[in-house]
Design a protein around this ligand. Structure first.
Ligand SMILES: [Zn+2]
Ligand SMILES: [Zn+2]
Length: 175
């Protein structure tokens, strides 16, 4: 029972963490920021760069800012649900996934049975994530594929705000 609870909260934590990271960091960064796009979407960088294993400051900063939203609900997991081990489990899975999803940069291909299993569980495969590297406005959700559609809608909405703001500031300068 304790193990089941730990697993359930670990999975829930990863689902929530990916949601928060996608909607309050990753997508807004694509709409308004520069750090993630110039760092993570830079062309022809190696595996360690994309998998956040490089000690370079911009790579580490991009990785840290992407992981911070995962911390938001930790107090609830510890003090309300008394399940701190599930945080560790979720964190280890997240770390494994960020490395695994960039193995495409090493020329690796995911075996078909694993791709099928991931599709069944809505888990992003390295090939899915590589689509995001090739087209920065597609294939959102670092860990779960079901965030892609709402994330693209969110991006469209934020880009609309950005356009309106630019038009407004251009008009105010002209006045
Ligand atoms: Zn990536
Ligand atoms: Zn991105």
């Amino acid at each position: 029972m304790v193990v089941l609870k730990m697993l359930a909260f670990a999975i829930l934590g990863v689902i929530l963490g990916d949601f928060l990271s996608t909607f309050i960091w990753h997508v807004p960064e694509h709409a308004f920021g520069k750090l993630h796009v110039t760092t993570h979407h830079a062309k022809d960088r190696g595996f360690s760069h994309y998998a956040v294993l490089s000690p370079k400051l911009n790579v580490m900063l991009d990785g840290i800012l992407g992981i911070i939203p995962y911390f938001f609900f930790w107090p609830v997991w510890v003090w309300v649900f008394h399940s701190p081990m599930s945080i560790l489990l979720g964190y280890l899975f997240g770390q494994f996934h960020v490395i695994w999803r960039h193995t495409t940069a090493l020329g690796w291909q995911t075996p078909t049975p694993i791709v099928r299993l991931c599709n069944l569980l809505f888990i992003v495969t390295p090939e899915d994530h590589w689509e995001h590297h090739k087209n920065a406005h597609q294939a959102f959700g670092d860990i779960f594929t079901f965030y892609d559609v709402p994330a693209r809608m969110w991006l469209k909405f934020l880009l609309g705000i950005k356009r309106k703001y630019r038009r407004y500031s251009r008009n105010s300068i002209a006045i």
